[in-house]
Design a protein around this ligand. Structure first.
Ligand code: ZN
Length: 162
């Protein structure tokens, strides 16, 4: 296990559409474990493989509010309802956050690190994290969708980093 370097906005890998994974092998399981370790080391609530320089459709998520660690490969939102607006930040855009409109409730499908099909229903903050991480797989950063982009240093009371 290892804490990986996080690539920052401006790196071309963050603009790519990440490639689907055909089969989660041992090498990719190590990547997933390292992504989780990196997420926890940085106190993030989610991380997408492009953020560690790998253009692959893999995300890890933990809302630190009961979800536990979720690793999802080839995630796909199959159902989305409602809307919510709330603050987001990003480990690849350090120092900033902004308000982003997201679906309130989603169903997301994919496979886990053992190649088993999984379906997850999420709402509120957890749904927000999934949408933020899946955007990374499409080459989008939250700053392209955010309104009222601002410096965290000016608002230390607000801190919801995804
Ligand atoms: Zn992010």
């Amino acid at each position: 296990m290892a804490v990986l370097d996080i690539v920052k906005a401006g790196h071309p890998v963050l603009k790519e559409v990440a490639k689907p994974v055909e089969h989660v092998n041992k090498k990719l399981r190590t990547l997933i474990a390292d992504m989780a370790e990196t997420m926890y080391a940085t106190e993030g609530v989610g991380l997408a493989a492009p953020q560690v320089g790998e253009s692959l459709r893999i995300i890890v998520v933990d809302d630190h509010a009961g979800s536990g660690l979720i690793a999802l490969v080839n995630p796909e939102i199959t159902r989305a309802e409602g809307s919510q607006i709330g603050p987001e930040g990003c480990l690849s855009v350090p120092g900033y956050f902004g308000d982003v409109e997201r679906y309130e409730t989603i169903t997301v499908k994919g496979i886990n690190e053992h190649n088993k099909k999984v379906t997850i229903k999420a709402e509120g903050f957890l749904a927000r994290i999934f949408q933020h991480e899946i955007d990374h797989l499409e080459g989008y950063l939250f700053i392209e969708k955010a309104t009222n982009l601002r410096l965290i240093a000016d608002h230390p009371e607000e801190k919801e980093i995804v």
